[in-house]
Design a protein around this ligand. Structure first.
Ligand SMILES: Nc1ncnc2c1ncn2[C@@H]1O[C@H](COP(=O)(O)OP(=O)(O)OP(=O)(O)O)[C@@H](O)[C@H]1O
Ligand SMILES: [Mg+2]
Length: 328
């Protein structure tokens, strides 16, 4: 990593105050995204993937949470102290966010074309017809055939995959340097998922944008991400270049995720493929957060949080008391 990162989350701990206590949603999370890099964040439901992204974008309800340690710097902006004007400027141009359900991003009462023209003109001083041209160009870039006709449609007239392609086209409307995509294709069927992700990846590569790709699917990570952070119960347990982490996974949780397959850890999945569940995040957990489900857990795992260590490949790190044993 040479240039300064587009997003740097350092040692972030965040909690949601509750009556008589707090839910410790993130603990000591460090995630770094270099310019143009596609970074996967993966983990089961409730591990803190969305909270991380929302905190980075300052989209969590202000009075509902507390940052107890750490820093978030996005495109040179300190996100923990940024004022409203700073945030608006950043969200308007430098960074865009894509959510799972495209219908929430597309106003159902507006035609696609009108909506796109509005979004484009909100941040660029250009006239309607020029904005329309640009909108058509954006739709073309997402391989939407007959963009002119699609511009006249309402969101409900289009398929889920088509809607998400439009959302992605819009995310790139104002030349972002970072796109945060939170399970952008989880609501779509598998073949459409791959088409949409391939388009997202190609678009990001074309314009040199970095992508934070949140997913529960390690298959998606292996296909699309340059590097990966594996989260468990609010902590990053393993991270590094995708190839290194997925071909030589060292943390027992990463290994379990790889064995479980994507459906098993999907949100609201009925399949409990990794036996057991997340620890109660309202408790202070002195040891490794995965100890309760880990076949290798010993007394030390239950007693103290594991230190971070380096695996063989550069940049491959993990937090496990049994890191040495796991290399074999
Ligand atoms: N506003 C909030 N108030 C209290 N707790 C919250 C709030 N938002 C999230 N949480 C909690 O923080 C934890 C992490 O949630 P998060 O949404 O980040 O999980 P996730 O990894 O995105 O899961 P999924 O795969 O289901 O989307 C969960 O225990 C969740 O209940
Ligand atoms: Mg989520």
């Amino acid at each position: 990593m040479t240039a300064s990162p587009v997003l740097s989350i350092r040692n972030l701990s965040l909690e949601f105050p509750l009556w008589g206590g707090a839910l410790h949603a993130l603990e000591d999370v460090t995630i770094e995204i270099a310019a143009g890099e596609i970074v996967g964040v993966v983990g089961e439901s409730g591990c803190g993937k969305s909270v991380t992204a929302m905190a980075a974008m300052r989209l969590l309800p202000e009075r509902a949470y507390r940052v107890t340690q750490g820093a978030i710097v996005m495109l040179g902006q300190d996100m923990l102290t940024a004022g409203e004007a700073d945030l608006r400027a950043l969200r308007g141009s430098g960074v865009a966010m894509i959510f799972q359900e495209p219908l929430t991003a597309l106003n159902p009462t507006r035609r696609i074309g009108d909506l796109m023209v509005e979004v484009i003109r909100a941040h660029q001083p250009i006239g309607r017809s020029e904005a329309r041209e640009k909108a058509i160009g954006l739709l073309d870039s997402m391989r939407i055939a007959d963009a002119q006709a699609v511009m006249r449609r309402y969101p409900f007239e289009l398929s889920g995959g088509m809607r998400q392609r439009i959302v992605i086209a819009l995310a790139f409307a104002n030349d972002p340097r970072l796109v945060i995509a939170d399970e952008p294709t989880t609501a779509l069927d598998v073949t459409v998922q791959r088409q949409v992700l391939t388009l997202l990846q190609a678009r990001a590569r074309d314009v040199g944008a970095a992508v934070l790709l949140i997913t529960h699917d390690l298959g998606v990570v292996s296909e699309y991400a340059d590097s990966v952070y594996v989260m468990y119960a609010g902590k990053v347990v393993e991270s590094g270049p995708t190839d290194a982490v997925l071909t030589t996974p060292r943390h027992p949780y990463t290994r379990a995720l790889l064995q479980a397959g994507p459906e098993a850890v999907a949100p609201k999945s009925p399949l409990a493929a990794i036996p057991g569940g997340l620890p109660d995040l309202r408790e202070i957990i002195p040891g490794c957060r995965y100890a309760g489900r880990c076949g290798l857990a010993t007394d030390i795992c239950r007693g103290a949080a594991p230190p971070q260590s380096q695996a063989a490949a550069p940049g491959h790190t993990l937090s496990c008391w049994h890191a040495e044993g796991m290399s074999r």
